[in-house]
Write a protein that binds this ligand. Structure first.
Ligand code: AMP
Length: 355
């Protein structure tokens, strides 16, 4: 059998690209990474690497010429780049998903339009909007997030009873934000969903996520959350995947409220940190299924055959590696980043337990 897709182009060179490239290699698919950062994690293990800016048309053309299909591993790729590449090669997921997930206002509107609940929200273009919204909601606190480029708690401010509106607004250094009601949730989960070119949709068992300093610290999966929450959450992710006609993998982050109801927080148009556990505990990992989907192959099973606890190694946590090397059930992943900095994801460890 000759594989139709022999080379996959990936925009972005971080750890998600690296783990996708490793999954592709197992399927006999070559990868070319395009990323502006020399020595980025994915470039170290890919078949080829183009070190260029995402808006460098000559480099993009070079990428397109060398591969059969293109994907991306993070959401801040300029839309223009995807539109340019789509003229010559298929790019999955489609730019519509990227457009929605690049802007929190569009994302919330999309979720609400398809019947998925979010925290109450209002657009914010000036400090006055915060005042008006708080009065309308009859509350003194809210979370204000920049519409674009926010991650790991960056680009957001918790506005409390005694906060100054002007200071909260100025701290964001933006001209467009979203004001969100503060959700008193019980815990946070994420659903990873894959959809192939023929429209087959599969969701992974759900993971419970715990954060430290706004950065994902631990995911426990499959989460012991009961059949009802599991099935409602999966249905929501399924719905997003269908509506968007996804080809690839996306992640829906949800808050589980104390009454068991679900509130969508955000959509990641890609594989996700909370899905790293699927590498060791599921038949086909999130990375393998993403590669399979974008390369026109059928999805593998998303079933888990073991329990997993994924722990991120952030900054100096990487010094714990000797301890994990002694542990029989620890699966260590290091991303090849030479310099450890505060808040930088250096790797992760997945601890596996039998069901
Ligand atoms: P985000 O950047 O939107 O993923 O938010 C980062 C984290 O902030 C989430 O994982 C939550 O723990 C918390 N958070 C975000 N939005 C809200 C909200 N509306 N209410 C309460 N907590 C929130």
């Amino acid at each position: 059998m000759k594989m139709k897709i022999q080379t996959l182009g990936i925009l972005g060179g971080g750890q998600l690209g690296r783990m996708s490239a490793l999954a592709a290699a197992r399927l006999g698919i070559n990868t070319i990474i395009l990323c502006p950062e020399k020595g980025c994690p994915a470039s170290l293990i890919s078949t080829n690497f183009i070190c260029a800016d995402y808006e460098d048309k000559q480099a993009l053309q070079e990428l397109s010429d060398q591969c059969d299909v293109i994907t991306y591993e993070f959401e801040n790729i300029p839309l223009k780049t995807i539109e340019f590449l789509q003229k010559s090669k298929p790019v999955y997921p489609d730019h519509r998903l990227l457009e929605i997930s690049q802007n929190r206002l569009k994302e919330k509107q999309f979720l609400n339009d398809i019947g998925i609940k979010t925290a109450p929200w209002a657009p914010c273009y000036k400090p006055e909007d915060i005042k008006v919204t708080l009065e309308k909601w009859q509350t003194q606190k809210c979370i204000i997030k920049t519409t674009r480029f926010g991650y790991d708690g960056k680009g957001q401010v918790f506005h409390r009873d005694n906060s100054n509106i002007m200071e909260s607004w100025n701290s964001l250094e933006t001209d467009e934000a979203v004001i969100e009601g503060v959700m008193d949730f019980d815990y946070e989960i994420s659903v990873i969903v894959a959809r192939d070119i023929k429209g087959t949709v599969k969701t992974y068992p759900i993971g419970i996520n715990e954060h430290k300093n706004h950065i994902l610290w631990k995911t426990t999966a499959p989460a012991n959350i009961g059949e009802k929450i599991q099935s409602s959450a999966s249905k929501l992710a399924y719905k997003v995947a269908e509506e968007i006609e996804l080809v690839g993998v996306l992640t829906l982050e949800l808050f589980v409220m104390k009454d068991g109801s679900l509130i969508a927080n955000e959509i990641a148009p890609r594989t996700h940190n909370s899905g790293h556990w699927t590498i060791e505990a599921c038949h086909a990992s999130q990375f393998e299924n993403h590669v399979r989907a974008v390369c026109g192959l059928p999805l593998g099973s998303t079933d888990a055959f073991a329990k997993a606890e994924m722990i991120n190694l952030v900054g100096d946590d990487v010094n714990d590696i000797p301890m994990y090397l002694e542990q029989d059930n620890a699966h260590i992943h290091l991303y090849g980043k030479t310099e450890s900095r505060k808040g930088r994801k250096m790797g992760h460890v997945t601890l596996i337990k039998k069901f």
